[in-house]
Design a protein around this ligand. Sequence first.
Ligand code: SAM
Length: 289
Amino acid sequence: MQEIATSNRTREIIRRHGFTFKKSLGQNFLIDGSVLDRIIAAAQLDETRGALEVGPGIGSLTERLAKAAGRVTAVEIDRRLIPILEDVMAPYGNVGIVHGDILKTDLRALWQERFAGLAGVSVVANLPYYVTTPIVMKLLEDKLPIENIVVMVQKEVAVRMSAKPGGKDYGSLSIAVQYYCEPELVCVVPGKSFIPEPNVDSAVIKLKRRPEPAVRVADEEKFFRVVQTSFAQRRKTLANNLSALSGKERKAELGELLRAVGVQPERRAETLSLEEFAAVCEALSGSGM
Ligand code: SAM
């Protein structure tokens, strides 16, 4: 039998089950085996490892994960896809299908229930584009023992996640991702690799979890608040944005603090490295701002 990630088999499964696509759930199914080859190679799975898939659809990636990993758990929000997945995944004894919204799933409990005893677990998915950032942020902030996150996202989001300081793509998403992970662009994927074709370009990105965050900060929440505030209005200077934290009356003092850690207050947030943001954060905390 042909694999699911082919145009013929995908159309056959959809027709046999009378399935209709829901655009609001970001349903674009992958029909390109060569893209799956790249995803699976990047995820570095083996039979001692597990994979969590977000949004399996009709199972094109799930089928490949079942062959590459020891155990697979796939969380799908659309109830109509559950019987289809149970049908097409019947030959694979190592796949568990969970009906649910990944954003509302207790991932810690899921980890204990499904992945106990494995050498490592990676998240591998063709993400629904309307919720990419909340999903990736949840995976990072829940501090789960994830080895790699290999995901298909909008190309523009992949570029922002891996952007370095100094350009318009670098922002709070780049910093949040790079704080926890080392990003690597795996490949760019054309619209014709999906049914139906999305009207944006896509890309596969690999986020390799760092053993320790990229920079050391005393208070992570404060660090991300400083980053968010610094980018509040991209065209404003760092000092102008950060005066929201210091208060207008302490703006001169804020300027001194920034200079003391080697950051000119006139700079824009998009020019600061993670190390510089960490230094700014510690300086503000130290003076109660
Ligand atoms: N993995 C399949 C593939 O590559 O062909 C389908 C990918 S499709 C881009 C995204 C999938 O995520 C859809 O099946 C959609 O129903 C599902 N989905 C959307 N929002 C979700 C959520 N919050 N939680 C879990 N699944 C979700």
